[in-house]
Design a protein around this ligand. Sequence first.
Ligand code: EPU
Length: 422
Amino acid sequence: MKKIIINGNNKLSGTIRISGAKNAAVAIIPAAILAESEATICNVPEISDIESLEEILKFLNVDIKRATETMVIDTKNMKNKLIPTQISSKLRASYYFMGALLAKYKYVEMYFPGGCKIGKRPINLHLEGFKKLGATIEEDGDKYIIKAERLKGSNIYLDVASVGATINLMIAATKAEGLTTIENAAREPEIVNVATFLNNMGAKITGAGTSVIKIKGVDHLGKGFTEIIPDRIEAGTYTIMGALLGENLKISNIIPEHIESLTSKLEQAGVDIKIEDDTVVCNAVEKLKSVNIKTYYYPGFPTDLQQPFSVLLTQCNGKSKVEETIYENRFMHVEYLNKMGANITTKERVATITGKTPLKGKDVIATDLRAGAALVIAGLIAEGTTTIEEVEHILRGYEGIIEKLTAVGADIKIEEKTCQTA
Ligand code: EPU
């Protein structure tokens, strides 16, 4: 178990370079098993979710070569096996092996995936979609046996524009016979990244990035190559830090359109940010105005930035409202922000934040990945020392967070937690 210790209130200046997007990489790596020869993936972030995927690939006898930021996957010795739940439950994205193994072998046995406990997070749309493609599904506790004689293209309408279901069904349909249409598909940039990769291997996918995706099945997928897009959630997290503590803090290697819903809210709050090509430059200002946010599917305000943004709202003058529409349980950071001095009340899916309140360093717990990111921001602006426990959640999604923040002037370190003996 590790903990992060932050001595707050240092200004941040210099440059933070954004890494490859977690939520694109965690889908592209499972999709890469469809390559009949090697697949090369560049700009892979060094985060623990990727280590968990490597563990799964090794278990399936896939050869992996890893150089800095590049992963080469070779499936010639691959074996289709039930991935032990101890590995697949380490992350949400293990569910992409359902679509990928189904496309490759027409047979997959897998357990329900893991991931942050931020709501119910069912996978019914993935399973219903597989059935539409001609698969049958047996459920045995939390294990699924998904098989098909042959996969056949179909029209699939998603009741919810789910990122995971859109990607999983797109992967499964690449080798189905005929045309598959996914309607009400999610439009997140990570989906475009996955589709481009699959097309590079020989798939025939059009419409990724819109709400109607068409996939014309092919028999073979060849060699694959792609580069992971910059992580818009990591970019947003550091931009929020810059808005609060920046002295000419530059966040580089970003795609500005991907964080527009955030930057427009920051501008509304009165933050001094400038966007220059692939960089955002942030300077903290004395007075910030309250603003309301409502999370929504892309291009709406991302749920993954809701918790980090709520820390900024504690420093805005007046009442702000945060409405979380995607998950039922994404306010677990609030208890700890209040412990640090914030004034936040929650009612169902709405949090009301009254600011501005100074924050004080305290002992807190990272209950999930983005709650952890929020507490790092809170620790950086707080007076005194903040100790964050259960930071394994944070390390799942933020490459080199300690090094990146130290390099721009933060006083932050990570330590192994020592056990107290009586
Ligand atoms: N949903 C269903 N049925 C399904 C699938 C989803 O009802 O079969 C519901 C979910 O319960 C949720 C909503 O649809 O209320 C959206 O879920 P979605 O499927 O879009 O989310 P996901 O694929 O499980 C990915 C990211 C999340 C991110 C969401 C939304 C990965 C591995 N995870 O999750 O990332 O919050 O999309 O953008 O890509 C994070 O990075 O911190 C994180 C949680």
